[in-house]
Design a protein around this ligand. Structure first.
Ligand SMILES: [Fe+2]
Length: 260
């Protein structure tokens, strides 16, 4: 595997390198931040200062608290798991390819994850470029027809309960005709469709089913692994991400999202 996606925090022009690498490859790792020995507050402040060079970090509660900007991706414990409707970020195991904030009006450009502790049995990152999905769809007549449907119709994305109690639906294109933009999370889409069946045609549903299958079986999915103290930066506008399976309950990442 090419290692050109690994950048070093000591580089003079690290911010420009991050932008360029994420734009070309779809993701990068910044290595050597040396934040592993700081306490949580100081580490998150340093992460905030570093990441603010890339854009505006999403604060999920619109307050000034760092804890509303950085989210622990970590198993929450057996008690919590048995008493709550837990999300992928609160559980171990694999997670399917998706883009973050697909149910928001303006999904962020970057997803970032700081690695506190890797899993000892997997939990690698996966990435699939939207341009590879479009290329694959365009190879066949039926794929091209479905691509046309996917770019020319608004689909309903249901907001997950864990994100917003009000659970609204937003309508958006899964793929864009003029840019490599992709907005995709299949559980939100299928929930949105089940509540809006009268507004979704059979051909829209067929196109989505075809896309879901193509994404799952794509040969273009890239896999990469990180190490403790790495900062992973992923293109959330032009690609999908996922993680491979693992069972290690001590795996700990910290997530933030950045708009440019
Ligand atoms: Fe995600």
């Amino acid at each position: 595997m090419s290692r050109n996606f690994i950048l070093f925090a000591t580089s003079n022009d690290i911010v420009a390198e991050i932008r360029k690498t994420v734009s070309n490859v779809g993701y990068c790792i910044v290595r050597g931040l040396n934040l592993g020995n700081f306490g949580e507050t100081e580490r998150n402040q340093k992460l905030f200062d570093f990441l603010s060079q890339l854009g505006k970090l999403t604060n999920h509660k619109n307050d000034d608290e760092l804890k509303s900007t950085f989210w622990d991706i970590k198993y929450r414990g057996d008690d919590y798991a048995s008493n709550n409707d837990i999300t992928f970020s609160e559980d171990v195991g694999e997670c399917p390819l998706h883009s973050d904030s697909s149910f928001s009006e303006n999904p962020e450009q970057y997803l970032v994850m700081y690695v506190v502790k890797t899993a000892n049995d997997g939990g690698n990152s996966l990435f699939l470029k939207s341009s590879d999905i479009v290329k694959e769809l365009s190879k066949t007549d039926i794929g091209s027809q479905y691509l046309h449907i996917l770019t020319n119709n608004q689909y309903p994305f249901k907001t997950p309960k864990s994100f917003d109690d009000k659970q609204g639906v937003i309508w958006g294109n899964i793929l864009s005709a003029n840019t490599p933009m992709i907005r995709f999370r299949d559980d939100c889409l299928y929930k949105g469709i089940s509540e809006n069946q009268e507004k979704v045609t059979q051909e829209m549903l067929d196109a989505l089913d075809y896309l879901v299958n193509l994404i799952k079986n794509s040969n273009d999915i890239q896999e990469f692994s990180a190490q403790d103290d790495d900062l992973i930066i992923v293109d959330n506008a032009n690609g999908l991400h996922a993680r491979t399976d693992y069972t290690d309950k001590s795996r700990h990442y910290i997530r933030a999202r950045i708009s440019i």
